[in-house]
Design a protein around this ligand. Structure first.
Ligand code: GTP
Ligand code: MG
Length: 467
């Protein structure tokens, strides 16, 4: 359906970026398909037209349906760590069943990156990747071969001791501004070995705590972050952290998509805003041959009429970016915030005081003290820069859009309540199964996407469906 990849900017210059994978991470331009090409084209054209309200509306509605946006998850790690088995377990299929991720086993190995639609969240693709260390996938070109830049989110799968390659993967992901979960498989075997070696002192909880602590500390040391760590057995999805892994994944994915969306948005919007800003500045530069442009405010040659024109100029810049008062009011309404709350985030409405009893000279006084701004030409450029930067601020305020989305969700709560207690038939194999349901309120332009989280226990699945 013609989606373009939007790339995130490369990380800052850092000598550490030449990882032990032999790849300079700056060669990777991370891509994501979270913004569809249609949406990108629409946002660019509405911004060019100075219709910020339309841009905000498009973003809000895309965020309202964010669960439908595609998300690519890489399942990566050393060979034999249990990546393919983990995907099978998440899908609720046995290793030898139809639909199982290819090549699990002690001798079989995954040789090609293979996508699997995550059955419990169909807009998500789980990528079963070849392991580091298999013949064709040596560390030095691993990231390149697995097409590291293609993924939005990562699951590092590891078994046994925490390894150098695990640390390098974690570092690479964080340096590229992405997130990951760390999944330690074979926990069943680990416990068995520890128990065998010292049956009298064996304490299951302490052993698990120790393993988790070791991994978390190593990860903190290499990434300076505390990513979630899950100890699982792919053979027993009801034990250890497997249920928590699954529920965390399903409950966090929409928020992560939202985050990725907002992270990607400036790459699309900033260049259009900058282009518009530069065009306006060029116009000002061309007009700067007029003596008025270099007049000093307010005394040398600048008349009351000139000052009024200056105020009009600011209003024009605000209008051309869609930040005039009327648009701001509409945007505030769309985002479910008050006009004051919206204005508190930005500067341009306050550049010239809007207090009724203040004279224009008084309004300009704050600039006159600064010799640089005392020139009309510089002041015009400052106005343009401020208005352009305000547009960027509004479009990058995750919390402004979150406000809108949460209000959207609260409208949906009515429908959520109605569906509590309904049971969905889902595939076998999971103890805790979560399913998102979409419901549509017909006869209304307030289309409600309702996410219902159902917690089912094994053995209790009914075939009752929700109409
Ligand atoms: N006991 C136990 N065995 C596991 C677990 N996960 C995977 N295995 C076994 O470990 C072996 C390797 O599993 P795979 O899923 O093929 O590992 P992989 O990471 O996909 O391997 P490559 O494709 O070669 O990189 C298989 O024999 C699995 O049955 C686990 O949690 N516990
Ligand atoms: Mg495999």
């Amino acid at each position: 359906m013609g989606q373009t990849s939007s790339s995130t900017p490369p990380p800052k210059e850092d000598p550490d970026l030449t990882s032990s994978f032999g790849t300079n991470l700056q060669n990777f331009k991370m891509k994501t398909k979270i913004l569809s090409q249609e949406l990108i084209a629409f946002i660019e054209s509405s911004l060019e037209d100075g219709n910020l309200q339309e841009t905000v509306s498009a973003i809000s509605s895309a965020l309202g349906g964010i669960e439908k946006a595609p998300l690519n998850i890489a399942v990566m790690g050393e060979t034999g760590a249990g990546k393919s088995s983990l995907i099978n377990a998440l899908q609720g299929v046995g290793d030898d069943e139809e639909g199982a991720a290819a090549s699990t086993g002690v001798v079989h190995t995954t040789t090609e990156r293979t996508p699997y639609t995550y059955t419990k969240f169909p807009s998500v693709t789980l990528w079963d990747l070849p392991g580091i260390g298999s013949t064709a996938f040596q560390p030095h070109d691993y990231l390149k071969k697995i097409e590291f830049e293609e993924y939005d989110f990562f699951i590092i799968v590891s078994s046994g001791r925490f390894k150098h390659n695990d640390a390098e993967l974690a570092k690479a992901i964080v340096q590229m501004n992405r997130s990951f979960y760390f999944v330690r498989t074979h926990t069943d075997l680990d416990l068995m070995v520890v128990k065998r070696s010292n049956p009298r002192r064996f304490n299951r909880e302490n052993t698990l705590k120790q393993i988790r602590h070791t991994i978390s500390s190593m990860l903190k040391e290499v990434t300076h972050q505390e990513p979630p760590v899950f100890l699982v057995s792919n053979f027993d999805v009801s034990d250890f952290d497997f249920p928590k892994l699954e529920s965390t994944l399903l409950s966090q994915l929409p928020a992560y998509k939202h985050h990725m969306f907002m992270l990607t948005l400036p790459i699309v919007t900033d260049s259009t805003i900058d282009r518009k800003r530069d065009m306006l500045k060029q116009k000002v530069w061309k007009e700067s041959t007029m003596p008025r442009a270099w007049a000093t405010i307010p005394s040398l040659g600048l008349t009351q009429k000139d000052m009024e024109m200056l105020q009009q100029t600011l209003n024009d810049y605000r209008s051309s970016f869609g930040l005039d008062e009327a648009s701001l009011e509409n945007i505030a309404e769309d985002l479910n915030v008050t006009l004051e709350e919206l204005k508190a985030n930005i500067k341009s409405p306050h550049l010239l005081s809007d207090e009724p009893d203040t004279s224009l000279t008084e309004k300009l006084l704050k600039y006159i003290g600064n010799p640089y701004f005392s020139k009309v030409f510089h002041l015009q450029n400052y106005f343009i820069d401020t208005v352009a930067s305000d547009v960027k601020i509004i479009l990058s305020k995750e919390e402004l859009f979150t406000e809108q989305v949460s209000s959207f969700n609260s409208k949906a709560s009515l429908y959520r309540e109605e569906s509590v207690g309904k049971v969905f038939p889902v595939g076998p194999g999971s103890t805790f199964l979560f399913h998102f349901i979409e419901m549509f309120q017909s006869d209304s332009d307030e289309l409600c996407h309702v996410h219902v989280l159902l917690l089912l226990t094994s053995g209790g699945l009914s075939s009752e469906t929700v109409t």
